[in-house]
Design a protein around this ligand. Structure first.
Ligand SMILES: Cc1ncc(COP(=O)(O)O)c(C=O)c1O
Length: 526
C-alpha cells in the first residue's frame, strides 16, 4: 500500500474505483447544497398569527399584496444549510493559506474570547461616552502601540480596511497640498509597477493622475527612473515596503528624501508590515502616511472581505488633517472628538478632512488586535516578523530545487516564483494552482505582482510549523516534477476532486450572475 508523507494511504490505491456519479449528487460527506430559496417551503414552517383586530391600513395603499418569498426552513434545516455552506469555505483553521500579499495567519482563540466580552461586544456605538470609557481606553491603547511600533506621531483609527486606510492617507495628503495652495498644481502620484491595484485606484479616487515607476532587475523601485519622474507637480508616491515581490526596498530612505525634496509626500502601503513589525519603524524611513491591515499583521480575521480594519499612521505634517472621530485622553477621562469644529481646538486633527466612517472604527478588530499585541509583547511581535521571514526563506530554499524564484537572494516574508520552470511543459500557472487544490492546498497568489511573468507568490506566515511547510513543499515539488514529466492533461483537468471542476472564469467575469431569481439559470437551460 502506498502512503503519503503523512502516513495515510494515498488515492493511488483507489485508482481502480470508478468515480460514478452518486444518486444524490453528493460526494461522500461533501453535500450538494441548493439555495435556501430553492429548498424552502413557507407553508410548512413559521407561525401564523391571527389577523389583528382593527388594524387599518396606515401605509396609504402601499402595503405589499404578494408573498415576500422567504425561504421557509425549519431550525434544523436552517442550521444544516449554513453549516454545509460554511464547509465549502477554505479557512486558515483548515490548513495553510499561502496567499502572498495577504498574510493569512492564525487567528488566536484568545483574541476571540476577549472580543466576545459583553462589555465590548454588546456596547452600542451611540452609548454615552461616560458609559464607554473602557472601550475608548482600548482604542487609545491600541493607537499608542501602533504609533510606538511604527515610530509615527499620529494614527487615524477609523478606516475599515487596508484600501480604506489608503483612502484616509491620500485624503490627508490631498488636504495638506490644498492647505499649501497647491491643489491645482500637484496632481501626479507615482506608484511602482508592482503596486497592489488598490494603490492607483485610491490615488485616482482622490483626483490624482497615476504614473508607474519601473522595477529594476532586483525587483525593487528603480531609483534613477523615479527621480526622472519627479517635478513640482508631484503630490506624492505610494510604495509598498516590503514590496509585493517580497523584497525590502533598499533605497527606501533615498526614495523618501527625493520625494520630499520635490515637495511631495510619501505614502507607504503597510500591508506587508508583518515582515518588519518590531524590527523597523516606518517613521525612521521618512514615511508620511501608512495603513496597517490589522487583519494581516495583528492576526484579526480577514472575514471574507470584512469587517477589516486599516488604522493609518500619519507623520507630524499630516497629523492635523486626520479624520474625525478620534479619542483624546485628559487625565482620567477619554473623550471622542467627533466634529471638524471640535477637532480645531485639538492639536492633532486641527484641519481634519472630515469623517470616513459612521462611528469610531471596527471595535471587534481593535479588541482582537490589542489582545494579540498584549499577549505577544514587543519581543513576541518582533519574533513573529522574524519567523514569517524565516518560513518564507525556508519555502524559497526548498522549492527552488524544482521551481524558479523570480529574483536572486533571500526574500522577506513571501517567496515569489515565476513560470520559467513550466516552460515548454504546456502547463501554466493557473493549471499548477488548480492542481494544488486537488492536493488539498489553497493556491498561492497567482499572476501578481504583474512585473513577474506567471507569478506565484507564496506567503507561509509565521504560524506554519516546519512539518506543515515540509508537506506543502513536498506537494509543490511533486507537482513541478509531474508538470515536467508531461502530465499536461491531468493539470488541465484540475481540480478533479473539488465539488466543482474548473469554472469558466471569462464567463464568470463577463456575465456574472449576482442575484437569485425565481427562475434559476439552470432551470432556464432545461
Ligand atoms: C499590498 C496591498 N495593499 C493593499 C491591500 C488592500 O488591503 P485590504 O484588503 O485590507 O483592503 C492589500 C490586500 O491584500 C495588499 O496586499
Amino acid at each position: 500500500m502506498s502512503m503519503n508523507t503523512q502516513g495515510c494511504p494515498t488515492r493511488a490505491d483507489d485508482a481502480n474505483v470508478t468515480e460514478a456519479p452518486t444518486f444524490t449528487g453528493n460526494k461522500a460527506l461533501q453535500i450538494e447544497e441548493a439555495l435556501s430559496f430553492e429548498i424552502g417551503d413557507l407553508a410548512g414552517t413559521g407561525v401564523d398569527f391571527p389577523e389583528a383586530d382593527g388594524s387599518e391600513d396606515r401605509l396609504g395603499g402601499l402595503a405589499r399584496n404578494s408573498d415576500i418569498g422567504l425561504p421557509g426552513l425549519s431550525e434544523p434545516e436552517t442550521m444544516r444549510h449554513f453549516v454545509r455552506l460554511s464547509q465549502k469555505n477554505y479557512a486558515i483553521d483548515m490548513g495553510p493559506f499561502p496567499l502572498g500579499s495577504c498574510t493569512m495567519k492564525h487567528n488566536p482563540r484568545l483574541n476571540e474570547k476577549i472580543a466576545r466580552l459583553p462589555g465590548f461586544a454588546d456596547l452600542h456605538p451611540l452609548a454615552p461616552q461616560s458609559a464607554a470609557q473602557g472601550a475608548l481606553e482600548l482604542i487609545d491603547r491600541l493607537a499608542f502601540w501602533l504609533k510606538e511600533l511604527t515610530g509615527m506621531p499620529a494614527v487615524a483609527m477609523s478606516p475599515k480596511a487596508g484600501a480604506h486606510g489608503e483612502l484616509c492617507g491620500m485624503m490627508a495628503i490631498k488636504a495638506a497640498i490644498e492647505a499649501r495652495g497647491e491643489g491645482d498644481k500637484r496632481i501626479r502620484v507615482l506608484a511602482p509597477e508592482s503596486a497592489h491595484g488598490t494603490n492607483p485606484a485610491t490615488a485616482v479616487r482622490c483626483g490624482f493622475k497615476v504614473e508607474a515607476i519601473p522595477a529594476d532587475e532586483t525587483g525593487r523601485v528603480d531609483l534613477a527612473a523615479l527621480k526622472e519622474k519627479l517635478g513640482d507637480d508631484i503630490a506624492g508616491i505610494m510604495v509598498t515596503n516590503p514590496n509585493t515581490c517580497g523584497l525590502f526596498e533598499r533605497d527606501i530612505r533615498a526614495i523618501a528624501d527625493a520625494v520630499h525634496e520635490a515637495g511631495g509626500y510619501f505614502y507607504c502601503d503597510g500591508a506587508n508590515f508583518n515582515a518588519i513589525a518590531g524590527k523597523v519603524k516606518p517613521g525612521d524611513l521618512g514615511v508620511d502616511a501608512m495603513h496597517i491591515n490589522l487583519h494581516k499583521t495583528f492576526s484579526t480575521p480577514h472575514g471574507g472581505g470584512g469587517p477589516g480594519s486599516g488604522p493609518t499612521v500619519l507623520s507630524q505634517v499630516l497629523a492635523p488633517y486626520a479624520p474625525v472621530p478620534f479619542v483624546v485622553h485628559d487625565g482620567d477621562e477619554y473623550h471622542l472628538v467627533e466634529t471638524r469644529r471640535a477637532a480645531k481646538t485639538q492639536g492633532e486633527g486641527a484641519e481634519s478632512f472630515g469623517r470616513l466612517t459612521a462611528f469610531q472604527g471596527q471595535m471587534g478588530m481593535f479588541t482582537r488586535a490589542l489582545s494579540y499585541m498584549m499577549s505577544h509583547g514587543v519581543d513576541g511581535v518582533r519574533q513573529a516578523a522574524e519567523d514569517a521571514v524565516l518560513n518564507a526563506n525556508y519555502v524559497l530554499a526548498r522549492l527552488k530545487a524544482e521551481m524558479t524564484p523570480a529574483f536572486d537572494g533571500y526574500c522577506m516574508h513571501e517567496a515569489l516564483f515565476d513560470d520559467r520552470f513550466l516552460k515548454d511543459t504546456g502547463v501554466e500557472t493557473i493549471d499548477f494552482a488548480k492542481a494544488m487544490i486537488d492536493e488539498g492546498y489553497h493556491p498561492m497568489t497567482m499572476y501578481f505582482p504583474l512585473v513577474v511573468h506567471g507569478a506565484m507568490l507564496v506567503e507561509p506566515t509565521e504560524s506554519e510549523s516546519k512539518r506543515e511547510l515540509d508537506l506543502f513543499c513536498d506537494a509543490l515539488l511533486f507537482l513541478a516534477k509531474r508538470a515536467r514529466a508531461g502530465d499536461v492533461d491531468r493539470f488541465k483537468a484540475a481540480p478533479v476532486y473539488a465539488p466543482r471542476r474548473r469554472l469558466d472564469e471569462t464567463a464568470a467575469a463577463r456575465k456574472p450572475v449576482l442575484r437569485w431569481t425565481p427562475e434559476s439559470p439552470r432551470e432556464a437551460a432545461q
